[in-house]
Design a protein around this ligand. Structure first.
Ligand code: NAI
Length: 223
């Protein structure tokens, strides 16, 4: 659909545009200039124009962007005009938390199955979806459309389970396990690592504290 490859930095910003535009729509805002959008999002107006130009711009000089149109088009680019069937593999703390989060459905991600090896979890209902024994995974995947598998199992089991999922036909894995999965190239893997995000925060906290200490030391030395 879009001829030029789009950088991952631009793609990474699209969900944020989408969220802001969604909020504008909820507040009945019909159109917005890149300047106003930039003030709201704290991204430069030229960055916004450049980003959206990748997709044909959507804006008109002197008019700004039509919020609903832009929201719909970015939604299409993100593939949110489609419905996805998702399964969760591993119904422990994290798997259950994901299953309990209702908002994914609003975005078109429907949880159709939850699987676990622990027999005590089999039959448990989470927001209307029953936890099934992990041995049923293969037949479920072969018999039902599964677009995305969320992987929330212990690290040591992840390489084998991910390879099985790929072999059975899963083509996208939402990987929460702190391990790099090595899978055939047709399988998309999106890693979500909260700890890495925390480490970035800790780096920035440290850098800020050090800068603050330097500033205080310079002040007390009368520099
Ligand atoms: P947990 O121990 O509560 O749950 C893991 C579940 O996986 C258990 O119910 C277990 O029976 C099940 N399981 C084990 N092998 C399985 C298999 N082959 N097939 C199906 N189910 C299987 O652990 P928790 O806290 O939910 O964490 C799960 C994973 O997510 C861990 O790898 C953990 O490191 C990771 N994690 C990642 C985070 C992130 O930010 N990406 C945050 C928290 C946890």
């Amino acid at each position: 659909m879009y001829e030029k490859p789009i950088s991952s930095a631009v793609i990474a910003r699209l969900p944020r545009y989408y969220r802001y535009l969604g909020e504008l729509l909820e507040n009945d805002v019909v159109r917005i200039s890149s300047k106003e959008l930039s003030e709201k999002m704290q991204v430069t107006a030229s960055q916004i124009r450049q980003d959206l130009n990748h997709f044909g711009g959507f804006g008109q000089q002197g008019y700004g962007y039509n919020v609903e149109y832009l929201y719909t088009e970015i939604g299409k680019i993100l593939g949110l005009d489609r419905k996805y069937h998702m399964i969760i593999v591993g119904a422990g703390n994290l798997g259950q938390a994901i299953a309990n989060y209702a908002d994914f459905e609003r975005r078109g991600f429907y949880i159709k199955g939850i699987f676990d090896v622990n027999p005590e979890l089999a039959g448990k209902m989470i927001r209307g979806v029953e936890v099934r024994p992990a041995r049923e995974l293969e037949s479920f995947i072969r018999e039902n459309p599964v677009h995305i598998a969320a992987l929330t199992i212990p690290k040591e089991n992840a390489p084998r389970v991910a390879a099985d999922l790929a072999r059975w036909g899963v083509r996208a894995i939402w990987n929460f396990v702190p391990a790099d999965l090595s899978l055939p190239k047709e399988v998309l893997v999106e890693n979500v690592h909260l700890t890495e995000s925390l480490m970035r925060l800790s780096y920035n906290l440290r850098a800020r504290d050090e800068a603050e200490e330097r500033r205080k030391a310079e002040q007390s030395n009368g520099i």
